[in-house]
Design a protein around this ligand. Structure first.
Ligand code: PLP
Length: 383
């Protein structure tokens, strides 16, 4: 039998219940938007957690093609995996810094640690002594989040005893804002001031080192938060960095495939725990995306979906299962919904942030929860 004229669907693609579309041109446009906004500061890119679930090599390579040269990951392993995908002129910084015994791996893979504590400084110093040369590193200070970074006390010790940095060539001084998504929050001002104090305190020991404070939301606070480099992650991927209208382009579309539809009579329930019971004759579509695909269970009874060409809200009803969810598609009447056809869970009529809010979470968590089970389609120029 000849298949020469067979243009039917790829059966392997149809295996997956969800289709995740990633628009690299939108990602690039988001990068340019942020980069242009912070001039003369540099714009880095945060690609931790596998590029917020989109694929770190895919997004980092495209951002490199847009001119980005500074990339942040959280973990050593993420940096090692990313290194071969980027050119020698790109820096990869590892936010967690070295755990005891891991410093040599940073050096071997040309990764820059973010040194967060006196212990991590000592780790990096020990390697420097062993290799007999100075080693670059970023240094982080804690300006109020109590999460990562050197304390004020640590900084005064370094300022008083600059030999504590022997062997280390600091190439970036950084900290992180805790409340930047709330522009009026008093903590923003406090953290900016404290960061300036930290810079001043270390100037004697370090000289003038480039400084970085703002992530996505910090960029929206304006120039006084930008310093020499900004570090957006979420906004690159389409998450709204501010409280107002979203200036970013959507990068991700998530569609689920229809498994089957049915009409149910009043009194009939849908899904585990019978948490939804039809009050009227109701048409239910089973969509093959569940919480194992990042469509969080907490969104049961609160989410909505839409057809690609029609903004009518189709409510998620009943509990979300591991592999599927139920949609009330009564509003579509008897309109055909063929098995395998696609319905948007995140799409033109359903922004990522709204889908996340319905599940009681934020776009960040929704993206990083997407997982590996979707069929992935990439739009836009790959680099
Ligand atoms: C995750 C992270 C970022 C990026 O934050 P977004 O809000 O996603 O832009 C920047 N800096 C640090 C230290 C981070 O941990």
């Amino acid at each position: 039998m000849s298949h020469a004229s067979d243009t039917g669907p790829d059966p392997l693609a149809l295996e997956s219940g969800g289709l995740l579309t990633i628009d690299l041109d939108a990602l690039a446009a988001n990068y340019r938007l942020l980069r242009d906004r912070v001039v003369p500061a540099r714009c880095a890119a945060v690609v931790k957690a596998d590029g917020y679930g989109l694929g770190a090599p895919l997004v980092a390579r495209r951002l490199q093609a847009e001119g980005c040269r500074d990339f942040f990951v959280a973990q050593l392993g993420e940096g090692i995996a990313l290194r071969p995908h980027l050119g020698d002129d790109c820096r990869i910084l590892v936010l967690n810094g070295p755990f005891p015994g891991s410093a040599a791996f940073f050096e071997r893979h040309r990764l820059l640690p973010v040194l967060n504590s006196l212990e991590q400084i000592a780790e990096w110093q020990a390697l420097s002594a062993m290799l007999g040369r100075r080693l670059d590193a970023a240094m982080q200070t804690d300006t109020g989040m109590s999460r990562y970074g050197l304390s004020g006390t640590d900084l005064r010790r370094i300022a008083d005893e600059p030999h504590r940095l022997d062997g280390i060539r600091p190439s970036l001084l950084m900290s992180h804002l805790g409340c930047a998504d709330t522009p009026g929050h008093p903590m923003n001002r406090q953290q900016i001031e404290r960061f300036c104090e930290h810079r001043a305190l270390l100037r004697g020991a370090l000289g003038d080192v480039p400084a970085s404070l703002a992530a996505s939301s910090g960029i929206m606070l304006g120039p006084e938060a930008h310093f020499d480099m900004v570090r957006p992650g979420a906004a690159l991927y389409g998450v709204n960095p501010g409280p107002g209208a979203n200036p970013m382009h959507p990068v991700v579309r998530l569609q689920g495939r229809v498994v089957q539809t049915r009409w149910i009579e009043p009194g009939t329930s849908v899904g585990y725990g019978a948490r939804f019971t039809a009050q009227r004759r109701t048409r239910i579509a089973t969509l093959a995306v569940g919480y194992a695909d990042g469509f969080l269970r907490a969104g049961g009874g609160a989410g909505i979906a839409t057809l690609p060409d029609d903004p009518t809200a189709l409510p998620v009803v009943g509990r979300i299962s591991m592999d599927c969810l139920g949609l009330d598609v009564t509003a579509l009447g008897d309109r055909e919904l063929a098995a395998g056809s696609l319905i948007d869970l995140i799409g033109p009529h359903r922004p990522l942030d709204d889908a996340a809010a319905a599940a009681g979470t934020i776009g960040y968590e929704m993206l990083t929860a997407l997982g590996s089970r979707h069929q992935r389609r990439v739009f836009g120029q790959q680099a």
